[in-house]
Write a protein that binds this ligand. Structure first.
Ligand code: SF4
Length: 412
């Protein structure tokens, strides 16, 4: 049996290199990893090899983390990207009742809220004035939502800030919109696209296995529905992110199957922009208090899932994002050493709330991102939502280059 790694061994893996750790791995695992390093393509791996990587422990795990970092440098270069955006959660009223969710409220709860079209548009205007290029709009699902509310939200934002990229509506909200309007899915998504929808968050995925989904939320859309919404969006020209929530009732085998499913979709549509592992935050959730979930991911799991994604998705989805909201700053930096190349969004919403006097909330300013990235010896760069525009950011007061002008463009 592999020995359990100490905290300090796990935290110091970035000081290892592949030549040093490679020979310490069990031979079959080393050979699997070397084939991916050689081909830069996770399609090389059989299902059994993927399971073995997902269950790596001890030196095998250290080797996986180090190899993911090598592969990241080859596939995504030394740039770490982020997007300046504002999160707008326009309502917390929701009838779905996911057991992992601490955000939703019933309509009569004292802290429930619902933002009207003008309020959402105003938030987008403020965000634009403060430098955001994207608004991320998602919310709870309130009963009796006006039939075309999602379309009208897009219209309200676009008429106030035409250049703003709108990244909006989870696949669950899309299913709800289809139900409200009675429109066919492709027509509904095309209507949203024509009214300003830029991209769709690939959220509401959690674990794409119906048994686990049933534990997490009996009312949530099924795996097949998630795949259908995402595939149809891609075919309508609306790209999406892809996500996975880990650290609750799932096993590493679920991670593997989900990543392979995402590869399949990507090979058909090419519509995924990135993969985002989302760590389960257990406090204040029914899922944890009913004894249905563990206490969120361990440090080893946080690092392993980013590394596993880098290897399994190599050649298919080459942007692996760290969801810093769920992690502390040091841990987010460690994940960037374990295969990730993107920091996600600044989530300006929380900053504005804080400036308005609220004490809660999290926010990382572009300058904070830049400092965190430079601290680990990488190059900070602001991107747009689809990674098609990259602007390299150097330390304050130094020259700014666009990726095109950089001496050597490292972003692929
Ligand atoms: S659908 Fe979204 S807001 Fe509603 S309970 Fe589930 S996770 Fe929470």
């Amino acid at each position: 049996m592999a020995r359990e790694l100490t905290l300090s061994e796990l935290e110091s893996f970035p000081s290892l290199d592949w030549e040093e750790i490679g020979p310490r791995l069990t031979p079959p695992l080393r050979s699997s990893i070397e084939r991916v390093l050689e081909s830069q393509n996770g399609a090389e791996l059989s299902l059994q090899e993927c399971y073995a990587l997902a269950n790596a422990e001890g030196d095998d795990l250290l080797g996986l983390l180090v190899a993911a970092n090598v592969l990241r440098a080859e596939l995504a270069g030394n740039i770490v990207t982020y997007v300046v955006n504002r999160n707008i959660n326009f309502t917390n009223i929701c009838f779905v009742g996911c057991k992992f969710c601490a955000f939703s409220r019933g309509p009569r709860e004292s802290d429930s809220y619902f933002l009207g079209l003008e309020q959402v548009a105003q938030k987008a205007v403020e965000a634009w004035q403060l430098g955001a290029t994207e608004v991320c709009i998602q919310g709870g699902l309130p009963r009796g939502l006006p039939k075309f509310y999602y379309r009208d939200l897009l219209r309200a934002v676009k008429s106030s800030v035409p250049q703003m990229h709108i990244h909006a509506f989870s696949p669950m909200e899309i299913v709800y919109g289809v139900e409200l309007t009675g429109m066919p899915l492709a027509d509904y998504l095309s209507m949203l696209r024509d009214n300003g929808l830029g991209t769709l968050p690939g959220t509401a995925a959690e674990i794409l296995d119906d048994e686990i989904r049933h534990i997490l939320s009996a009312n949530k859309l099924s795996t097949a529905q998630w795949v259908e919404v995402i595939g149809t969006a891609h075919r309508c020209g609306v790209r999406t992110t892809s996500t996975l929530m880990y650290g609750h009732a799932e096993t590493p085998a679920h991670w593997v199957r989900q990543m392979r499913l995402l590869r399949e979709i990507q090979s058909e549509t090419g519509g995924f922009t990135e993969f985002v592992p989302l760590g389960f935050v257990h406090q204040n959730t029914l899922l944890f208090h009913q004894g249905l979930a563990r206490t969120g991911p361990t440090l080893a799991e946080h690092l392993k899932i980013h590394a596993l994604a880098r290897l399994l998705l190599a050649g298919s989805i080459n942007n692996i994002q760290v969801s810093w909201v769920k992690l502390n700053r040091r841990l987010s930096q460690l994940c960037l050493h374990a295969g990730a190349n993107d920091y996600g969004g600044t989530l300006m919403e929380e900053n504005i709330s804080r400036e308005a006097g609220a004490s809660a909330g999290q926010y990382i300013s572009p300058e904070d991102f830049q400092a965190l990235i430079l601290e680990i010896g990488r190059i900070p760069a602001e991107r747009n939502t689809t990674y098609s525009r990259i602007r390299i950011k150097l330390p304050l007061n130094e020259e700014e280059w666009t990726a095109e002008q950089a001496p050597e463009t490292e972003f692929a």
